[in-house]
Design a protein around this ligand. Sequence first.
Ligand SMILES: [Zn+2]
Length: 82
Amino acid sequence: MTPILGVIPVIDPTDIRLDDVVQMRKPHPCGGDRWQVVRLGTDIGLICQTCGRKVYLPRSKFARQAKRILSRGAESPPVVQG
Ligand SMILES: [Zn+2]
């Protein structure tokens, strides 16, 4: 068994909360790598904490690009379906 350090996937795309601040593997062109989650839907809305630009990423892409969660938002109430 080989210990894997530093590459442990800690982002669970099903466990993302509003107001989470995440660090992405690829920095924004502005140099920032911290993003705040502002929308949870089919796509995840993120605002760059450095320049304020808003982007949307599909959950699958978000899961690949997110490196770690820097701070957690408040626990969201359960989503009511239908
Ligand atoms: Zn930026």
